[in-house]
Design a protein around this ligand. Structure first.
Ligand code: NAD
Length: 496
C-alpha cells in the first residue's frame, strides 16, 4: 500500500514551463512556440511544453549523431554501458513516486497502476538491458577451414522513438533501454498529452552518467515533430508505438526518405475467451474486468472483446456487471480509485461516440455508458458493458481504446476461433479452460502475438510483446528487442 502522504507532497506542486531536452540540457523551441497541457483530473491548464519544429528535430538528430560518431557512448565497452544503465535504473527507482505522480498529472492513469507500470517498469527495463548487454556474444560461422566467418551485431547509429500517451515511461523504456544498451544514440518524441515523465527521465539519464547528446527528447505535435523525425535522413531506425493510422504514415515517410527500418507496435481488439469448463468462474470474471477497465481501457492489450460460451453467458455477464459496478472511478491521484481519468477531452468524446454507435447497431447497454464527475472538470467515464454484440459490429471491430467492453456469445471452439480472428488486429488474447488440449489448440489457432491461458495480461521482461496482422511488425522486451537496434554484419576472412 502506498502512503497517500507521499502522493500529496508532489501532486499540487507547480509544473514550470517545459523545454526540449537536447544535447544534455533543456532548450526552448527555436520558434519559441509552446503547446498547452491540460490536466485530465480537472481539465485545468497544467503547464506548457515546447512546441517543436523541423529545426528542433534537426538539432536533436545532429546532437545524437555527433555523440554517436564521437564514440563517447557507442565505443564504451558493454560493461561500462552496463554500469551507467544500472545507475540510471537505481535513480529511476529512488525518484519513483515523484515521476509516477508527474506522469499521472498529464496522462490520468490511476496512481496504483502508474507507480508499478511506469517508473517500476522503466527501472526494471533499464536494469534488464544493462545487465544483458555484456553477456551477448557474436558468432563464428561454420565455414571451411581456410575461412574465418565472423558475424556481429553493431549499433545502428541514431534511433528515433515515438511513443503514445497511455504508458509513456514503460513503453519509452522498452525502446530506449535496448537501443542505448546496444550503443546507439536516441531522439524520442513523446505524446503531446504525456510528455512530463519522459522529460524528467532524460534529466535523470544525464545524472546517471549518460553522455550529453546520447538521449534527447523533443516535444510537440505529432504531425510536425514526429513527421520531421521520421523523415530525417540521419535517423537510422524508427521505433513506434501508437495507432495504425500513424504507423502507416511512418512507413510512407521511410519510403520518402532513407528507407530507415520502421518498427511498429500498434493497436489491438483482443478477445478474452471463456469456455464453460473454466475452473474458477469468479477469478475469470475478475480478470476479465481488470483486463479491460484498468487505466480506463487505454491499454494496447486490453481484453475489449469478451467471448463467453452460450451455456454460461448470462451467469458470467451477471458476475462481470457486479464486479464492474464495484469499481470506483475517481481522481487518479487518490489511491482508492480503481480507475482514473481518460487522457484527454478528445479521447473521452470519442468513447462517448462509440457508446452511441454501439446502441445504434443493436448492442444492448447493460452497465455504464456515461461521462461522470462532470463537476470536477476532469475527463471521467463509467466502465461500460455491452451485451449481445456480434463480431461484425463496429464496436467489435474497431479499437476503441477506452473503458468499453463488448460481450459476445459463442457456440463452440470453432465459433470462438472464427470470432477471435475476425478483426484486422492480432495483438493479444486470453483463453480460460480446464482442458489442456483446448488451450493448446487455441494457442495454435488464434492469430495474436501473445495468448494468456487462465489469466489475462501478466508478463515480464523475459517475454517479447508484439503484434500479428495489423497490430504491428516488431517486438518490444526480451533479448529479441536488441535485434531492432543493431545491424547484422559479417566478415569473410581468408586464412590462406
Ligand atoms: P497515435 O498514433 O495518435 O500517436 C502516437 C504518437 O505518434 C504520438 O507521440 C503522436 O504525437 C505521434 N504522431 C501523431 N501523428 C504523427 C505523424 N504524422 N508522424 C509521426 N508521429 C505522429 O496514438 P495514441 O493515441 O497516442 O496512442 C494510442 C494508440 O497506441 C492505440 O492505438 C494503442 O493501441 C496504441 N498502443 C499500442 C501498444 C503496443 O504495444 N502495441 C502499446 C500502447 C499503445
Amino acid at each position: 500500500m502506498i502512503s497517500q502522504n507521499s502522493i500529496e507532497s508532489y501532486k499540487e506542486q507547480d509544473i514550470p514551463e517545459q523545454f526540449h531536452f537536447i544535447g544534455g540540457r533543456k532548450q526552448k523551441s527555436q520558434t519559441g512556440n509552446t503547446v498547452e497541457v491540460f490536466s485530465p483530473r480537472n481539465g485545468k491548464l497544467l503547464t506548457t511544453l515546447a512546441s517543436g519544429d523541423v529545426e528542433d528535430i534537426n538539432l536533436a538528430v545532429s546532437s545524437a549523431k555527433q555523440a554517436f560518431e564521437s564514440g563517447i557512448w557507442s565505443n564504451k565497452s558493454p560493461a561500462e554501458r552496463k554500469k551507467v544503465l544500472i545507475r540510471f535504473a537505481d535513480l529511476i527507482e529512488s525518484h519513483a513516486m515523484e515521476i509516477a505522480v508527474l506522469g499521472v498529472r498529464d496522462n490520468g492513469t490511476e496512481i496504483n497502476m502508474a507507480l508499478k507500470a511506469e517508473p517500476g517498469s522503466a527501472a526494471s527495463t533499464f536494469r534488464y538491458y544493462g545487465e544483458a548487454i555484456d553477456k551477448l556474444y557474436g558468432e563464428i560461422a561454420p565455414t571451411s577451414n581456410s575461412i574465418l566467418g565472423l558475424i556481429e551485431r553493431s549499433p545502428v547509429g541514431v534511433v528515433g522513438v515515438i511513443v503514445p500517451w497511455n504508458f509513456p515511461l514503460m513503453i519509452g523504456a522498452w525502446k530506449v533501454a535496448p537501443a542505448l544498451a546496444a550503443g546507439n544514440s536516441v531522439v524520442l518524441k513523446p505524446s503531446e498529452t504525456a510528455s512530463l515523465s519522459l522529460l524528467r527521465l532524460a534529466e535523470l539519464a544525464v545524472e546517471a552518467g549518460l553522455p550529453e547528446g546520447v538521449f534527447n527528447v523533443v516535444t510537440g505535435k505529432g504531425s510536425v515533430v514526429g513527421e520531421a523525425l521520421a523523415l530525417h535522413m540521419d535517423v537510422d531506425v524508427l521505433a513506434f508505438t501508437g495507432s495504425g493510422f500513424v504507423g502507416r504514415r511512418l512507413l510512407e515517410y521511410s519510403a520518402r526518405s532513407n528507407l530507415k527500418h520502421i518498427y511498429l507496435e500498434l493497436g489491438g481488439k483482443s478477445p478474452n475467451i471463456i469456455f464453460p469448463d473454466v475452473a474458477d468462474l469468479d477469478k475469470a470474471a475478475s480478470a476479465a474486468v481488470n483486463g479491460i477497465f484498468r487505466n480506463s481501457g487505454q491499454v494496447c492489450i486490453a481484453g475489449s472483446r469478451l467471448l463467453v460460451h452460450k451455456s454460461i453467458y448470462e451467469q458470467f455477464l451477471e458476475l462481470i456487471i457486479q464486479k464492474t459496478q464495484q469499481m470506483t472511478v475517481g481522481d487518479p491521484l487518490d489511491q482508492s480509485s480503481d480507475i482514473g481519468a481518460i487522457n484527454s477531452a478528445v479521447q473521452l468524446q470519442q468513447n462517448l461516440d462509440y457508446v452511441e454507435t454501439a446502441k445504434s447497431e443493436g448492442a444492448i447497454l447493460c452497465s455504464g455508458g456515461q461521462q461522470i464527475l462532470v463537476g470536477s472538470g476532469g475527463y471521467y467515464m463509467q466502465p461500460t458493458i455491452f451485451k449481445d454484440v456480434t463480431a461484425e459490429m463496429q464496436i467489435a471491430q474497431q479499437e476503441v481504446f477506452g473503458p468499453i467492453l463488448c460481450v459476445i456469445p459463442f457456440e463452440d471452439e470453432d465459433d470462438a476461433v472464427r470470432i477471435a480472428n475476425s478483426t484486422n488486429y492480432g495483438l493479444a488474447a486470453g483463453v480460460w479452460t480446464a482442458n489442456l488440449e483446448v488451450a493448446h489448440r487455441m494457442i495454435r489457432k488464434i492469430k495474436s502475438g501473445v495468448i494468456h491461458v487462465n489469466c489475462y495480461g501478466g508478463s515480464d521482461l523475459t517475454v517479447p510483446l508484439g503484434g500479428l496482422k495489423q497490430s504491428g511488425n516488431g517486438h518490444d522486451k526480451s533479448l529479441h528487442a536488441i535485434e531492432k537496434y543493431t545491424c547484422l554484419k559479417s566478415a569473410w576472412i581468408n586464412l590462406g
